[in-house]
Design a protein around this ligand. Structure first.
Ligand code: SF4
Length: 440
């Protein structure tokens, strides 16, 4: 059987589709390019914004048009929340949402016998245990995402993910460690621990926390690698976790991505975020006191429902005070099925876009200031790729750095000296190749 895969959305989706690809390949299936003819096409969809919904629908239609006689498997968050519509309006054969993905081979076998559309989606609330999906290999050998958790119970008012992914569920630490060891053995040098709400790791298991998991990984996985957390909510940053960061300065990247979403208390409340700006500021100050130069990056929505001009001015002032090294800004987009959709005070597209642009400008200035601290400094870079003759990679504190040098430096750890910080990719001069992150 020949198969091909498509995935929309976040890194967790990419991890899941790559795991499914591994699973089918182990069962003897052959993965082919998207331009080739396949017997099975798997589409992993996304529902994070209204645009993701329409992209998911379009992709499912396009895949059917281009693969008239293939078995089409529709899965992922969009399918989970719209399975009846997918069954009725989109010409797909197997519908599996955000669960039963590890039974894909059996489901295809069942379809081959019955030749009837199968809709296996159930309410995500019913799935309380982590669904084990294993990643056997990676398309790149530099940075590898490892999923450690699924689900979210925060119910932010703008977000549909808790309905699509269900309750929090953590992966068995043994499986996490085994997978990381396999990736490190195959040459991966940075492991990014990810999930839907990564910081809640262990809460459903009872005898483990994210901090304990980090310690376990570091004591049990051997080889050259560094760990990075993809993102963590403010409420999940414990002293225990910071102690582990302090204990392993070279093993864990000096970087926290802590979503802010709104820099004003009124808006945070309407979003049902679980902190206010004062609490947020205290945690960030504590992190910066303990780890000099650590990168703090964030996500923020611009133009949320009911945000007044004065809320927005407060938000900009707060963001400036937080002095992020990088921000991802998302213009608020109305999304059906969320609580925010029914709130009063939706803003016009023009106001949302103008606020997003102002926030973006501030973000660029802060990033430039942060980068400028590193001029003349020596840093270690994990090289990911060569672009236009330059070797490009990231430092522990997530600065993107480029240098020129003859040879192949892919997946090597290189000591460089930063020479120019004007652009978002810093220029640097090669000093030497090192064997591991401890050599700094
Ligand atoms: S924390 Fe909030 S924004 Fe993030 S997935 Fe959960 S509900 Fe959505």
């Amino acid at each position: 059987m020949r198969f091909k895969i498509y995935s929309l959305g976040c890194k967790v989706n990419i991890y899941e589709i790559e795991s499914i690809a591994s699973l089918l390949q182990e069962a003897g299936y052959i993965l082919v390019k998207n331009s080739e003819v396949a017997d099975v096409v798997i589409v992993n969809t996304c529902t994070v914004t209204a645009t993701s919904d329409s992209k998911s629908k379009q992709l499912l239609r396009k895949v059917r048009r281009e693969n008239q006689s293939a078995i089409i498997v529709a899965m992922g968050c969009f399918v989970q929340l719209n399975s009846e519509m997918v069954e009725k309006d989109l010409d797909v054969d197997i519908i599996i949402g955000t669960n039963k993905r590890n039974q894909i081979k059996e489901l295809i076998d069942e379809y081959l016998v019955n030749k009837e559309v199968m809709n296996k989606v159930k309410d995500s609330k019913e799935y309380t245990e982590y669904e084990e999906l294993k990643l056997h290999s990676l398309s790149t050998h530099t940075r590898g995402f490892v999923k450690i958790q699924d689900g979210c119970e925060n119910f932010c008012t703008y977000c549909a993910i808790p309905y699509a992914r269900g309750p929090i569920k953590s992966r068995d630490s043994k499986c996490v460690i085994e997978e990381i060891q396999n990736l490190v053995n195959s040459g991966v040098k940075e492991i990014i621990l990810s999930g839907i709400n990564t910081g809640t790791y262990g809460q459903d298991l009872g005898n483990i926390t994210l901090a304990i998991l980090l310690e376990k990984i570091i004591s049990e996985v051997t080889g050259v690698y560094r760990l990075r957390l993809s993102s963590i909510e403010l409420m999940e940053i414990t002293n225990e976790l910071l102690d582990v960061y302090e204990k392993y300065p070279t093993k864990i990247a000096r970087h926290f991505h802590i979503p802010l979403q709104a820099g004003c208390d009124n808006t945070l409340k309407r979003m049902n975020r679980k902190y206010n700006t004062l609490e947020y500021e205290q945690v960030i100050n504590n992190i910066r006191d303990r780890f000099e130069g650590i990168a703090v990056t964030t996500d923020c929505l611009a133009g949320f429902v009911g945000e007044t001009e004065s809320d927005f001015i407060d938000a900009l002032a707060f963001i400036e005070k937080m002095n992020y090294s990088e921000m991802h800004i998302f213009p608020y987009s109305r999304r059906k099925g969320t609580i925010a959709d029914n709130l009063e005070g939706h803003l016009s597209k023009d106001v949302i876009s103008s606020r997003a642009k102002k926030m973006q400008k501030l973000a660029e200035n802060m990033a430039k200031n942060y980068r400028s601290n590193y001029i003349g400094q020596q840093m270690l870079v994990l090289v990911e790729q060569n672009k236009n003759g330059k070797w490009i990679g990231h430092t522990s504190n997530y600065l993107e750095v480029a240098f020129t040098k003859d040879g192949d430096y892919t997946n090597k750890i290189i000591k460089v000296e930063i020479t120019n910080t004007a652009n978002s990719t810093l220029d640097a001069e090669y000093i030497e190749e090192v064997n591991n992150y401890d050599e700094f």
